[in-house]
Design a protein around this ligand. Structure first.
Ligand code: PMP
Ligand code: GLU
Length: 397
């Protein structure tokens, strides 16, 4: 007998970011020098005091099950941090700590969506959103945004996408993959529609501390009364503290949602790693100068990458307000041959760039927008310099 896969997983696509990173690693394992701009993963080591807290947790025997939804100290620290930084009031019981923000997103969708519910996702969107929504039997409704609007959802486009089945709007600001950020006024205009149409909002704020120049992060529920009750916030330590491997993320949600997410987790995974939770606690409640140091380095790289893209004929990219990605337009370089290989779309562009120049990026099509490629600048300046030299050679060939 052959084991038959469920219909829902048969329709699921693997994560394109992780797939491109795996391809880059495979080439490296074959002895190639690869300039890897595929993955959104800070190249810094996790700050020492955070690692130290993990060692201490192990030595103190904090190596057993914790409450499934996370240790109370961590929930309290998350809630206090949000209050101090954004002025939002949550009770620790409204926080559910999960195995990374990706897991938090999955559980949030699973607890709030029914089969056939529609979720509006502005494209370009982070690769996992649409697949996670589908895993909850809901329907992702992709709304294409424009480079000329800095890839932001306009109130007109939002309104036009709403149907009687629309239940949720997904917001990611600063954005993966474009780095664009919504201003308070722009969010306010979307909030009008959210309230009028009685929708939920999933606000993925994982890049909220990685913001450049004059840009200012605005947390969606702070805009006015009534939004906090219909918003689920997702965040975590992966990006801010270079802690991708520790797998700690969380949601802040209305009481009844948090309670159900906690029960789901008690059946599904139990607690996230106890040691990682103590490390995350040290990250959030400890010295924040490490965040400033990493941000200063990201800011230099962001300026460098913006300049390199502007200098390469035919490439363009809107201003990056936050996060660590450049989503650059490659349309002028499609529809021709590169050393005999025909390149007509973003997937062929990125695969040929990898094959011929050993530079790994991710195709715009994986983020729902054709004609672009994403480069992560969460990698060393040296790597960026070499990678952009090769991208320039590639397109000018
Ligand atoms: N949301 C966005 C927008 C992301 O870029 C990522 C990166 N992986 C996640 C969520 C998930 O983060 P984590 O590593 O905490 O699962
Ligand atoms: N979020 C990162 C990225 O977009 C990490 C990989 C992933 O989880 O998709 O590259």
């Amino acid at each position: 007998m052959t084991i038959k896969l469920s219909n829902i997983v048969q329709a699921m696509q693997p994560s394109a970011t992780l797939a491109m990173s795996a391809k880059a690693k495979e080439l490296k394992a074959q002895g190639e020098t690869v300039y890897d701009l595929s993955l959104g993963e800070p190249d810094f080591t996790t700050p020492d005091h955070i690692c130290q807290a993990a060692f201490e947790a192990i030595k103190a025997g904090k190596t057993h099950y914790t409450v499934a939804s996370g240790i109370p100290e961590l929930k309290k620290a998350v809630v206090e941090e949000y209050k101090n930084r954004c002025g939002l009031e949550y009770k620790p019981t409204q926080c559910v700590v999960s195995n990374g923000a990706k897991h938090a997103l999955h559980n949030a969708f699973f607890c709030t969506l029914n089969p056939g519910d529609e979720v509006i996702i502005p494209a370009p969107y982070w690769v996992s959103y649409a697949e996670l929504v589908k895993l909850s039997s809901a329907i992702p409704v992709i709304v294409q945004t424009q480079e000329s609007d800095n890839f932001k959802l306009t109130p007109e486009k939002f309104r036009a996408a709403i149907t009687p089945k629309t239940k949720m709007l997904l917001l990611c600001s600063p954005s993966n993959p474009t780095g664009s950020m919504y201003s308070g006024e722009e969010l306010d205009a979307l909030a009008d529609i959210v309230l009028e149409k009685n929708l939920m909002v999933l606000a993925d704020e994982i890049y909220d501390r990685l913001v450049y120049g004059n840009h200012k992060f605005v947390s969606f529920p702070t805009l006015r009364d009534g939004l906090q009750d219909r918003t689920i916030l997702v965040n975590g330590v992966s990006k801010t503290y270079a802690m991708t491997g520790w797998r700690i993320g969380w949601t802040l949600a209305p009481d009844h949602v948090a309670k159900k997410m906690a029960s789901l987790q008690s059946q599904e995974t139990s607690n996230p790693c106890s040691i990682s939770q103590y490390a995350a606690l040290a990250a959030i409640s400890g010295d924040q100068s490490c965040v400033q140091k990493m941000l200063a380095e990201f800011a230099k790289r962001r300026d460098y990458v913006a300049q390199r893209i502007a200098d390469i004929p035919g490439l363009s990219c809107p201003e990056m307000g936050g996060a660590f990605y450049a989503f650059f337009n490659v349309k002028e370089h499609l529809g021709r041959k590169y050393n005999g290989v025909q390149v007509d779309n973003s997937e062929q562009f990125c695969l040929t760039l990898l094959a011929q120049k050993k530079v790994a990026t991710v195709m715009g099509s994986a983020f729902g927008t054709e004609g672009y490629a994403r480069a992560s600048f969460a990698t060393s300046m040296q790597n960026l310099e070499a990678a952009f030299d090769r991208i320039a050679e590639f397109v000018q060939n």
